[in-house]
Write a protein that binds this ligand. Structure first.
Ligand code: NAD
Length: 396
């Protein structure tokens, strides 16, 4: 493992996180107090129809009522949300003069809440601000409450929306989308269906691995990322096996939040670049698209940093005694395949309707994410990307 005191191993780095993170079972009960602390009393809750059906919002409404606050509701977020949803919901926020945005749900709802917060105070459409630090004015105050354990969106300075014009994912990076308060309550994740537990759990693992092996890794991201890998290794199986296992749920919520903080500082890589087009072109969920690409990218990337992939293997509990570094990386790939098999996640692209003829479009989609190749531990050219998709089509 890299020593954190090895000054030459790292460049100058940044670390950012929300002002406040409240973590723990039943943490959500503190919501009214947090709204009061922010000096607000007219919140708009942003979420999706699945979360509305869970009944969580009734509890939220009661808590706010007890504090003499009414809440507005926008409950129409969809998975992998298009940018127009931000614009539509921001219009509602402006029309009704809401003074605080609460995002509750999976990463899709939290991302829309982030967009709504900034678009309530900035002109134009959200896609005008795609890119890095393009948002001129701070948004409305924001509280983010994840109900999945994966994206880490509650602690990151980015949100992702789909541009329906070219079917690509567009990202908005801005310090203004870090929430004032992140409330991470593992109890809220208990109701996730098996597929959501599996897909989002792998999303957290991918964030942790990609930031750990990133060329932009630094002491902050390394410490958080490797602990997140360890937590996923320890808790994803039991959380999947028993929905009500609150220790495992807590471990996964912590892993997701730490991994979000890690990648905000250390960056992501090729898994994300090659997974995004699977989401936009074949409608795989975010976490599922990451899961499918993960083993193929570890296989491709590992010669770029055998040392760090070795750390990942150890953190995931892979037995490494007596193995060479290369053999350890092979054992890691085997462990990832086993994990995906147990979580019932097929890893052959043909199982998702992808055909050989689709590879050029997928490759073109991945090439649009070239910013993610910079931190990736191995360079990627167009032919490499095509080769990886081709391998993933049939399975290793
Ligand atoms: P999601 O938000 O799309 O939700 C998936 C489904 O799970 C929905 O139907 C939702 O209703 C349901 N669900 C959520 N919580 C539930 C619960 N507790 N019980 C039952 N059902 C529940 O899924 P996600 O994987 O959390 O988020 C994916 C989105 O997050 C993508 O749009 C992706 O681009 C984005 N993302 C953002 C960041 C970031 O840093 N901003 C990072 C990673 C991913």
């Amino acid at each position: 493992m890299m020593k954190y005191g090895e000054a030459t191993a790292y460049k100058i780095c940044n670390f950012l996180s929300p002002n406040k993170i409240i973590f723990g079972v039943n943490a959500v009960n503190q919501i009214a107090k947090e709204i009061r602390n922010l000096g607000r009393k007219n919140p708009l809750v942003v979420t999706d129809p699945g979360v509305v059906e869970l009944g969580l919002l009734k509890d939220l409404e009661e808590m706010l009522k007890a504090d003499k606050m009414d809440m507005g509701l926008y409950g129409k977020v969809v998975p992998e949300p298009p940018s127009r949803i931000v614009d539509e919901c921001a219009q509602l926020a402006r029309d009704k003069s809401y003074d605080l945005i609460i995002g509750i749900g999976g990463g899709s709802s939290l991302d829309i809440a982030k967009g709504v917060s900034i678009m309530a105070t900035n002109d134009g459409n959200v896609l005008d601000y795609a890119g890095t630090d393009m948002v001129p004015r701070a948004g409305l105050p924001m509280i983010l409450i994840p109900t999945t354990a994966g994206t880490g969106s509650e602690v990151t300075r980015v949100f992702v929306v789909t541009d329906e014009k070219d079917h690509s994912k567009k990202t908005v990076f801005s310090n203004y989308v870090l929430p004032d308060v992140a409330i991470v309550d593992p109890a809220l994740t208990q109701s996730m269906p098996l597929t959501v537990t599996a897909d989002t759990g792998i999303d957290a693992l991918v964030h942790a691995i990609e930031s750990y092996v990133s060329a932009n890794a630094n002491p902050f991201s390394d410490i958080l990322a490797i602990e997140a890998v360890r937590l996923v290794g320890e808790n994803l199986y039991p959380a999947y096996a028993k929905a009500s296992n609150m220790n495992a749920r807590t471990g996964m919520s912590l892993a997701a939040t730490l991994a979000g903080m890690a990648f905000t500082s250390g960056g992501l890589g090729a898994v994300h670049a090659l997974a995004y087009p699977l989401g936009t072109l074949f409608h795989l969920s975010h976490g599922r698209s990451m899961a499918v690409m993960l083993p193929y990218i570890i296989d491709y990337n590992r010669i770029g940093n055998l040392e760090k992939y070795g750390d990942v293997a150890e953190a995931m509990g892979v037995v490494t005694d007596g193995l060479s570094k290369y053999e350890v990386s092979e054992a890691l790939i085997d462990a990832v395949y086993r994990l995906l098999e147990i979580l019932n996640i097929p890893v052959e692209l043909k199982d998702y309707g992808v055909e050989e003829k689709d590879i050029p479009d997928l490759t073109a989609g991945a090439m649009k994410q070239a910013r993610l190749f910079v931190p990736n531990p191995r360079d990627l050219r167009e032919a490499d990307i095509e080769g990886i998709y081709r391998k993933a089509l049939q399975g290793a």
